[in-house]
Design a protein around this ligand. Structure first.
Ligand SMILES: [Mg+2]
Length: 280
């Protein structure tokens, strides 16, 4: 096996997020508020291209970016940045990490690719050709080519067939494309350059971008691909799992994207309130 075994999360499931936790943390210092998109700001939909943020999310985000010295908002997604921007409809003042951190837009607003992406291009081309021969979109697979990574969605595929084809894909990657790894998420297998990217590394890059003053990282995400980020910030940040209880590196949990919206709206309220009344 060339893949290192993933470290297992604590078996203790995360606790419901205490009311007022984020506003209390904000009172002590600035937050780097990192948000996954699918399943966190949007409900999961059968076809990935149809995802939309929950109603009201755009307004809440617009309110949260008003005072970047106190709250810095970043979207961290497996999607390409351009696509998340289009779906959100808000982008002013927001930082982005797309394609699992292979693509970053930070303080200067300019998109940059992670170092090492180029080295995987030949293997990505080989994988692209394999997918064209072996994965039939007529079976319901959706192949999303993000240039620096390729996602294979199988939400609409017969489960037995999906299992069989994805196993074949993983065997191919293991045997033929040493520069790639397979990242497994909810009804999705993604081919990424090995050794770079991941949402944990995206948070590190964004924290570096924020640099000074020291921001406390907060991260909301719903998927196994978010565990990397939860683990990264477990000791000095606030990880919030979105969805039903399960073992996770996140310490806290909310039930659904609409709960995320509620918690963010409270935080936005607090931010606007304290902008208007700078009594201290
Ligand atoms: Mg997600």
């Amino acid at each position: 096996m060339s893949n290192p075994p993933p470290s297992l999360p604590p078996t203790e499931p995360p606790a419901p997020i205490p009311r007022g936790l984020l506003t209390a943390t904000l009172a002590r210092g600035p937050l780097l508020l990192c948000l996954d998109f699918d399943g966190t700001l949007s409900e999961i939909v059968p076809h990935p291209a149809d995802a939309r943020p929950l109603s009201g999310v755009g307004e809440v985000l617009s309110a949260l970016v008003r005072d970047p010295a106190r709250i810095r908002v970043a979207i961290i997604s497996g999607r390409e940045i351009a696509e998340v921007r289009r779906m959100l409809g808000v982008e002013r003042g927001i930082w982005f990490a797309g394609t699992h951190g292979l693509e970053i837009v930070g303080a200067d607003g300019v998109s940059r690719l992670a170092t090492g992406v180029e080295a995987a291009q030949a293997d990505l081309a080989a994988a692209r050709a394999w997918l064209a021969r072996n994965i039939a979109t007529s079976d319901g697979f959706v192949i999303e080519d993000k240039r620096v990574a390729i996602a294979v969605h199988y939400r609409m595929v017969d489960p037995t067939l999906a299992r069989e084809r994805c196993a074949a894909l993983r065997d191919f990657v293991e045997a033929k494309t040493p520069a790639l790894r397979v990242l497994r998420g909810k009804m999705i297998d993604e081919l990424l350059p090995r050794g770079i990217g991941g949402k944990g590394s995206a948070i590190r890059a964004l924290l570096q971008e924020a640099a000074y003053p020291k921001y406390v990282p907060v991260y909301f995400g719903d998927d196994t691909t978010d565990e990397d980020a939860f683990q990264q910030i477990r000791d000095d940040g606030i990880g919030v799992l979105v969805g039903s209880a399960r073992p996770s590196w996140a310490r806290y949990r909310v039930d659904s994207p609409s709960e995320v919206r509620r918690v963010l709206a409270e935080l936005a309220q607090e931010l606007l309130h304290t902008i208007k009344a700078p009594s201290r």
